[in-house]
Design a protein around this ligand. Structure first.
Ligand code: ARG
Length: 563
């Protein structure tokens, strides 16, 4: 419909091209102001006439149009009223199309998303839960737009900390404890190392020596390291399974250990390396940044060196149009430095293709969690707690529900995800169970509940003919039209979310659709005698149901049929 309005304006407005016209067209806030509006302020300058007069002239020039009820001039605006029946038909048909909400703009283009990326031998904590949830949603959003998205888990699996762990394991650890307690035991060993090293600095030298051995490919060192990694991955994968998430690549920092020499070469050739206290750095003072450390004074590479290697590897392997990094905002400087170094190596693309996507902190006040030893918060425990709380609610409110466990999982996990994604990612997230699990609030369970309500309406239909033609002229009430308009925002919302890297736009849209539907449902009975009217209303229920489902999937959330 918007395209048709643009066609009309293009023919009858001087001095503006299609894109400019399109950008000016507004959707009025009130139905009295029509379905689309076009402001004429901008034309006043070039045409040297009052905008009101320009509006009146354009209206005159357009004349009668088959799909328009009327064009009215209100102040400097042209307001377009589309014939209701045509408007409704167009909206229903658009929303019924396959891959509604998506497009193929991304076809043939690859986007890498580097997210989750926990640190081996450490627990998968709530901060990593955020990058996992946001990164996964961005993956879904870009896939919906036709991009080929590579999900990359850049595990923190290399560095001096593993030298320390090996020393600690050899001194105080035992195989059984690591086998039974996994990451919990590894963390204890790590803490023990630091406690002991305070009084015994020789331990640090030993740790460094073990890391050097790792870097040189020492068999024993690598065997222990690999074992720690395997154990950690088992735990991380348990969390990913709960979340229903997966990756295309688990390529941790260790993958790049033989690729950092190349980085040093490139930097040397580019005359970018300088020496500072025995270390090798790239001076970034000209860009108001601290120097980027490349090699420590013992010659070993660091986090940044491996990130540099990863960028070139990914560019060469995937030829990405964008590579996104989802981490906490405390890594802002790190990525700014690394991206700058890539650019200084003569890669202009670094400027707009490498993108850091930061997010805010997690505060747990109010979320009473039964924590494992040492007050350490595991993401897994949060998810399990959410599921168990939902189970309680179900046994109280709907004890006969089939598939209780599966449903509780979808609702519990969904509630945590939705709570994370509902606000702009840069804002802090707080966990308050009452709020997050409130079935009437702006929450995952509320949206899921609306979905289940749609499913239930459709299940209970009597005398309903799937294939009967829909008489669009029967949909005239404000609630129905509002619902259709809301649903039809979906494609634009997905584009906006992708451009701003903001899944929150999808979450807010899902709530808006649910709210608009519930108003529609209060005003309109569905399972009625009048078959034609019933058919038309059922069409709206179906569209709502599909749209909610698809929007929630973009957040990584599944909707149960019954709850
Ligand atoms: N392992 C890091 C952490 O837990 C995150 C890695 C992010 N990705 C990257 N390419 N640096 O903080």
């Amino acid at each position: 419909m918007k395209q048709k309005i643009i066609n009309l304006l293009e023919k009858n407005v001087e001095g503006l091209n299609r894109e400019e016209i399109s950008a000016l067209i507004e959707i009025p806030p009130k139905p009295e102001l029509g379905d689309f509006a076009f402001p004429c302020f901008r034309l006043a300058k070039t045409m040297r006439k009052a905008p009101q007069m320009i509006a009146a002239d354009i209206k005159e020039a357009i004349g009668d149009v088959d799909f328009l009820q009327e064009i009215s001039v209100q102040g400097a605006y042209l307001n377009f009223f589309i014939k209701k029946e045509i408007f409704v038909k167009t909206m229903v048909e658009a929303a019924s199309a396959e891959n509604f909400g998506g497009s193929n703009v991304g076809e043939g283009k690859t986007i890498c998303i580097d997210y989750s990326s926990p640190n081996v031998a450490k627990n998968f904590h709530v901060g990593h839960l955020r990058t996992t949830i946001i990164g996964n949603s961005l993956y879904k959003i870009y896939s919906k737009l036709g991009y080929d998205v590579k999900r990359i888990n850049h595990l923190g699996d290399w560095g001096t900390q593993f030298g320390k762990l090996i020393v600690a394991y050899k001194a105080w650890g035992n195989e059984e404890a690591v086998k039974s307690d996994g990451v919990g035991e590894l963390m204890k060993l790590y803490v023990k190392f630091h406690d002991e090293a305070k009084n015994n600095p020789a331990l640090d030298d030993e740790a460094r020596a073990w890391f050097v051995k790792m870097e040189q490919g020492d068999e024993e060192a690598l065997k222990i390291w690999q074992w720690f990694k395997d154990i950690s991955l088992i735990e991380y994968k348990r969390t990913y399974d709960l979340l229903g998430m997966d990756f295309d690549y688990y390529l941790g920092e260790s993958f790049y250990r033989d690729k950092t020499d190349d980085i040093v070469d490139r930097l040397t050739k580019g005359n970018l390396l300088t020496e500072s206290e025995g270390a090798k750095i790239v001076d970034l003072e000209a860009y108001d940044m601290a120097p980027c450390l490349i090699l420590k004074n013992d010659g070993s590479s660091i986090y940044a060196t491996r990130d540099l290697a990863a960028i070139f590897y990914r560019k060469e392997t995937h030829n990405f149009v964008k590579c996104l990094y989802v981490t906490g905002q405390e890594q802002k400087l790190h990525f700014a430095q690394v991206f700058k170094v890539v650019e200084l190596l003569g890669n202009e693309w670094a400027k707009d293709q490498l993108i850091h996507i930061p997010y805010g902190l997690v505060s747990l006040e109010g979320a009473k969690l039964s924590t494992r030893s040492g007050n350490i918060i595991y993401a897994e425990d949060i998810l399990l707690e959410a599921i168990s709380k939902v189970k309680e609610i179900i046994s109280e409110k709907n004890p006969d529900l089939a598939d209780k466990d599966e449903t509780a999982k979808k609702i519990g996990v969904g509630a945590v995800l939705f709570n994370d994604l509902y606000n702009q990612r840069i804002k802090d997230v707080s966990f308050k169970w009452e709020k997050l699990l409130n079935f009437d609030g702006e929450t995952g369970p509320y949206v899921q509940y609306t979905y289940a309500r749609c499913s239930s309406i459709l299940r209970k239909l009597e005398n309903y003919d799937e294939n009967a033609a829909i008489d669009y002229s029967l949909i005239t009430d404000a609630e129905s039209i509002d619902l259709l308009k809301e649903i039809n925002r979906f494609p634009q919302v997905v584009v906006d979310a992708s451009e701003k890297y903001e899944p929150s736009q999808i979450a807010r849209f899902a709530v808006a659709v649910a709210q608009t539907f519930n108003k529609f449902y209060n005003a309109n009975r569905i399972n009625i005698e009048d078959e034609n009217l019933k058919n038309a209303r059922v069409a709206l229920v179906k569209l709502t149901r599909n749209t909610i489902k698809d929007a929630m999937l973009l957040l990584g959330i599944d909707c149960p049929e019954q709850m």
